[in-house]
Ligand binder design. Structure first.
Ligand code: HEC
Ligand SMILES: [Cu+2]
Length: 336
């Protein structure tokens, strides 16, 4: 009993910490209000049809049950024109209504607003890259967006098919190698939104998460402008360790063209999560990741660095944590 209570309180703790409210039924963008609206109408008709069919079946079963003293089969009835017309016309009308509602929603959510912010979204096994070609800005695994500004995402992949999904903001879009799939929406509320890869893509598909950080427009503009400055060097030894071991795969320039090997780390100090959204951003998690990423993410395309001395590892983490724009605390954003 004690164990059960302990397990439940642990579960409660886990839920309290990871308080993302991941559901399309709590819409916070026009895109999701539209899908939610459609979902509710489809549900209404489904419940109605189930009620009528199951109700009729129950009624008939009860009404025409064998009566006491009944001999042989009851009278056999064949066909009823009025009934058949009714049960053909009503479903037809429902199909037309649902068709109309769906077409309306599809048109609504597939509009590409003029003057939208463009972001190139690229899926890799098992992480995401976000490049803003018009702003000369780049970040990985956490997509930073200004609230109230429409965005157009150009979703693609560099290896297998992935799928970009932020339930709180918009529907899924497949990330297909060699092809651009567009997704447009306007984030309204500042917050930290949970994102997934929604297409089975390999051993760590379930660990291919990400975040969308929606911030007020002026904060976004300031962040992007200040990110143009060369990254600060918080630890000289750490930078040396980085250049010797990590720079072949990771950029820290924040504006280079999308990397082919590993995530951009130039704004790591501003992150809320690590390893493509699988753990919270903390120095301990960073050290664990660098030592043995495969223990946290099977099939990961980054080698482990168990050979680094504790001293070098600490210097490296100090250097990486210093790669940030000062004065922004994204961890304080409400979670959706
Ligand atoms: C062979 C290329 C390669 C090398 C060398 C490499 N990495 Fe990585 N690294 C990757 C890849 C690929 C990922 C993405 C893994 C994933 O999430 O699936 C990654 C992810 C990371 C992450 C998580 C990033 C995020 O956005 O959450 C950190 C931190 C990191 N690497 C640090 C380092 C450090 C520090 C070194 C050097 C000691 C290093 N890496 C060396 C390829 C590399
Ligand atoms: Cu994937």
């Amino acid at each position: 009993m004690k164990r059960v209570v302990a397990a439940f309180s642990l579960l409660g703790l886990a839920l309290a910490q990871e308080a993302h409210r991941v559901a399309i039924t709590h819409p916070v963008s026009s895109f999701n209000r539209e899908t939610n609206f459609l979902l509710i109408w489809v549900l209404v008709f489904s419940v109605l049809i189930f009620g009528v069919v199951a109700g009729a079946l129950a009624y008939v079963t009860w009404k025409f049950r064998a009566k006491p003293g009944q001999q042989g089969e009851p009278p056999q009835v064949h066909g009823n024109d009025r009934l058949e017309v009714i049960w053909t016309v009503i479903p037809l009308l429902i199909v037309f209504v649902l068709f109309g509602l769906t077409a309306r929603s599809l048109i609504q959510v597939n509009q590409l607003p003029a003057g939208a912010l463009k972001v190139e979204v690229t899926g890799y096994q098992f992480w995401w890259d976000f490049n803003y070609p018009e702003l000369g800005f780049r970040n990985s695994n956490e997509l930073i967006l200004p609230a109230g500004v429409p965005v157009v995402l150009e979703v693609t992949s560099k290896d297998v098919i992935h799928s970009f999904w932020v339930p709180g903001l918009a529907g899924k879009r497949d990330a297909i190698p060699g092809q651009k799939t567009l997704l447009s929406f306007t984030p309204e509320k500042p917050g930290n939104y949970y994102g997934f890869c929604a297409e089975l893509c390999g051993a760590s598909h379930a660990r291919m998460l990400f975040r969308v950080l929606v911030v007020p427009k002026e904060a976004f503009d300031r962040f992007v402008a200040e990110a143009k400055a060369p990254p600060p060097v918080a630890d000289v030894r750490g930078r040396q360790v980085f250049q010797q071991n990590c720079a072949a795969c990771h950029g820290v320039a924040r504006s280079v063209p999308p990397a082919v090997t590993g995530p951009e780390l130039g704004l790591l100090g501003n992150r809320t999560s690590l390893g493509a959204g699988i753990v919270d951003y903390t120095p301990e998690n960073m050290k664990a990741w660098i030592k043995d990423p495969a223990a946290m993410k099977p099939g990961v395309k980054m080698p482990g660095f168990p050979q680094l001395s504790e001293e070098d590892l600490n210097a490296l983490v100090r250097y990486l944590d210093g790669l940030k724009v000062e004065g922004f605390d994204f961890k304080a954003l409400p979670k959706f």
